[in-house]
Design a protein around this ligand. Structure first.
Ligand SMILES: [Cu+2]
Length: 127
């Protein structure tokens, strides 16, 4: 009997963590845009696949959100229109990976998003 419980325990733990992952994957990550450094808060975001990522312009100027890869014109992971103060920009369903982004008006405003894979046990990329 003791052997059976010991054998089942890892399965139970994995099952619990998997359930949590599913719950967490539908979460929303909020990023505030400010006029002053670090400009994006939080500056570095780690989100589960399937998360909704939302920016809010908390400053008093126009800003926009532009993935760095848009500059290479081969693809563009996300690009907002000009955001008035108080406006939001929302994206979801980003593929797992690393996304550096910046403000299209103020290129020195830079942030970073890491979207983690949707399944546990998947190899993690290095930073
Ligand atoms: Cu800006």
């Amino acid at each position: 009997m003791a052997v059976t419980i010991a054998t089942m325990l890892p399965v139970l733990i994995l099952g619990l963590s998997y359930s949590f992952k599913v719950f967490a994957s539908s979460s929303t990550v909020s990023i505030q845009i400010y006029q002053h450094p670090p400009f994006f808060s939080p500056l570095n975001v780690s989100a589960d696949a399937g998360s909704v990522i939302q920016w809010e312009n908390r400053g008093r100027e126009l800003h926009s959100i532009l993935a760095d890869d848009c500059l290479r014109r081969s693809k563009c992971a996300f690009e907002s229109r000009m955001l008035e103060p108080g406006e939001h920009f929302v994206i979801s369903n980003l593929q797992p990976g690393d996304y550096a982004y910046h403000c299209g008006i103020h290129p020195f405003m830079r942030g970073f998003i890491r979207v983690k894979g949707s399944s546990w046990g998947a190899p993690s990329s290095s930073i």
